[in-house]
Design a protein around this ligand. Structure first.
Ligand code: ZN
Length: 474
């Protein structure tokens, strides 16, 4: 089956054809965190889905270049800093660090680039784009000195969300500070400075102010990936107005179709309800770790439901995740023992038909992870049965281990305790420890390079060096 995805724009499954199909290169832009508080598990559901998407594309031989932006200036971040009584950057930097800690816990691959909106390079790009939009009649400065996008001049506005503009007029609420706009749906590209912004401001041709949230993503996406992107992802709550606005701004400037495939991840519910602080069902990653769950258990729980279906997070679900992983762990231990055993006198050639390929086929079909996991557990059941009967020969066990290694590049669910370091790595690590004790940094770096050339990653932590399997290995 060809790789296909459900496009929010066309509302149908489409065969996947990136711009550089022959070179098998894919560009992905994903809307990242707004760093005004610690991200919650609903946010991470979307990031785990994007991680699954990237890893499956890589399994299928694509080279993925992914950009994830960091929103470090907007209404929420400014309010957060003001309430804490600290400068904006001091406030956002702690949540940025927390975010990187959390994605590591969840084994989410780091994007190739994490542009931040306050980087002067992108502020310049935003100003340049806004000027172009004004020159084309697609934007205007209102009496309140802010600059707005003129949605009536962009005929495709509303197409992503399948939204009728007349609807917007009848149901839209007029906020007290927005009466200067021509149309209720016109959104701010540049917000004129006001007292509440404190010292958060940049100079622009329209006076001091700050960018609107939507233009941040258009500027960072086009600056880093060009006029057209293969895949753009986010949560369903990003569709309108954020992504709709991104299309209008980017296409208004470049004149090219901005995104080939829009993929959106459904909501996460907790015990069937929307997560909220007032309901007491609002969880961050540290909340779950405190309860004794591990990063990989949370990863599994967030990953196991198809991304377009709502995910209902429950404690029973967490326990199921723990049990599912225990089954994988036990299976791997058994397979390793079996693969190292003496070949059977008469081999039955126990291989479960075409199963090994079905896992990948399921993911080809709009990332059908539940079907893919179904195949995995069916495989576990069958091979366990064969091992119970003493009918799985070592070569088959090795074959299954190789298969697991391949699909685990996508799942990344193996326990770290089970991963044995080869003797060579252990020796190199010892040598490096000695080199560091002698403060021989040059040798330490050389050894790090040799370890990483073998597919392992060294990190220096408070408790000494930690060695894990590198993301690109296997
Ligand atoms: Zn965005």
């Amino acid at each position: 089956m060809a790789l296909r995805f459900f496009s929010t724009y066309s509302r149908q499954l489409e065969d996947f054809e990136p711009r550089d199909l022959a070179g098998r290169k894919v560009d992905i832009y994903t809307c990242g965190p707004t760093v005004y508080s610690r991200a919650h598990i609903g946010n991470f559901r979307a990031y785990v889905f994007e991680d699954l998407l990237q890893r499956h594309l890589e399994l299928r031989g694509y080279t993925v270049h992914r950009v994830m932006n960091i929103t470090d200036v907007d209404d929420k971040t400014i309010r957060g800093a003001r309430e804490a009584g600290i400068p904006l950057t001091e406030s956002t930097v702690q949540f940025k660090e927390a975010f990187f800690e959390d994605i590591e816990t969840l084994r989410i691959k780091r994007a190739d680039e994490f542009p931040a909106a306050t980087d002067q390079r992108y502020i310049d790009k935003m100003i340049e784009m806004i000027a172009t939009l004004i020159s084309r009649g697609l934007a205007y400065q209102a009496e309140d000195k802010s600059v707005y996008f003129r949605i009536n001049k962009f005929p495709d506005y509303g197409k992503l969300a399948h939204f009728d503009l007349t609807q917007l007029q009848s149901t839209g609420r007029v906020k007290h500070d927005e009466y200067d706009k021509e149309h209720i749906g016109d959104f701010a590209l540049w917000k004129a400075w006001d007292e509440e912004d404190g010292d958060v401001a940049w100079e622009s041709p329209w006076g001091r102010g700050r960018p609107g949230w939507h233009i941040e993503c258009s500027a960072m996406a086009t600056a880093l990936l060009g006029a057209q992107i293969d895949l753009h992802c986010g949560g369903v709550d990003n569709i309108f107005p954020h992504h709709e606005a991104e299309i209008a701004q980017s296409e208004g400037v470049t004149g090219k179709k901005f995104v080939r495939y829009w993929l959106h991840c459904a909501h996460l519910l907790v015990d069937g309800q929307k997560m909220s602080k007032s309901l007491g069902n609002f969880y961050t990653l540290p909340n779950l770790l405190e309860k004794g769950y591990t990063g990989r258990e949370i990863r599994y729980a967030l990953m196991r439901v198809h991304y377009r279906a709502p995910l209902n997070f429950t404690w029973d679900g967490m326990d199921e995740a723990r049990q599912a992983l225990a089954r994988i762990d036990e299976w791997l231990v058994r397979l390793r023992e079996c693969s190292a055993s003496v070949p059977l006198a008469k081999t039955k050639g126990e291989q479960a038909g075409s199963l090994p390929y079905t896992f990948e086929d399921a993911l080809d079909d709009d990332l059908n992870i539940s079907a893919a996991l179904g195949f995995l557990f069916e495989t576990i059941r069958e091979t366990n049965r064969a091992m119970d009967r003493g009918e799985l020969d070592p070569a088959s066990a090795t074959g299954w281990l190789d298969w697991w290694k391949r699909i685990n590049n996508v799942l990344d669910l193996e326990t770290e305790d089970e991963i044995l370091q080869p003797a060579e790595i252990v020796q190199l690590a010892k040598d490096r420890e000695n080199a560091r004790r002698e403060k021989n940094w040059k040798r330490s770096d050389e050894l790090r390079d040799r370890i990483s050339a073998l597919g392992w990653e060294v990190r220096d932590t408070k408790d000494g060096q930690k060695i894990t399997r590198g993301a690109g290995s296997g």
